[in-house]
Design a protein around this ligand. Structure first.
Ligand code: 4NP
Length: 158
């Protein structure tokens, strides 16, 4: 079976989705789960940039690697190429649904649909204008969701 392809999406692709990419691939590797993971932004305004230094600092302290991640926008082709497209919040979910061809719309979900406390907790809050606590919260939410995601039938094919 070919590797499932997962795209994680936020607004700028410099804080939340690069963090999700780094955490998910780390946990997938630990579980020998053969998946391909990429991230993108619904906005292109940070295109080509490295992740936010606050995300790198917080994530590196928990052992995650951001060294090869650069911001890129969501492309039309992504809707065909990826098996699962996960939005960090409801605004990004709505934007993805607006752009996605109907035949691929079943691939789009909220990232926190895999969080153990979903739907009480459903969005990863934008940390861009927050202090360091916002970046720690992003990591906490993403780690918990990734623990469930790597055992989900959508990825394991079980
Ligand atoms: P992200 O965070 O969507 O998690 O990458 C943001 C990054 C940049 C901006 C907003 C959110 N911005 O307004 O520039």
């Amino acid at each position: 079976m070919r590797a499932k392809k997962v795209l994680v999406v936020c607004l700028g692709n410099i804080c939340r989705s690069p963090t999700a990419q780094a955490v998910l691939r780390h946990k997938a590797q630990l579980h020998s789960l053969n998946i391909e993971i990429d991230s993108a932004g619904t906005s292109a305004s940070h295109r080509g940039e490295r992740p936010d230094s606050r995300s790198i600092k917080a994530g590196s302290a928990r052992g995650y690697n951001f060294s090869d991640i650069y911001s890129r926008p969501v492309f039309e082709q992504d809707f065909a190429d990826f098996d699962l497209i996960l939005a960090m919040d409801n605004d990004n979910l709505a934007e993805l649904n607006r752009r996605c061809p109907a035949e691929h719309s079943h691939k789009i979900k909220l990232f926190l649909a895999f969080h153990p406390e979903f739907p009480a907790i459903s969005e990863v809050p934008d940390p861009y204008y927050s202090g360091s606590k916002g970046f720690e919260l992003v990591l906490d939410l993403i780690e918990h969701a990734c623990d469930k995601l790597i055992i989900a039938p959508e990825l394991t094919g079980a």
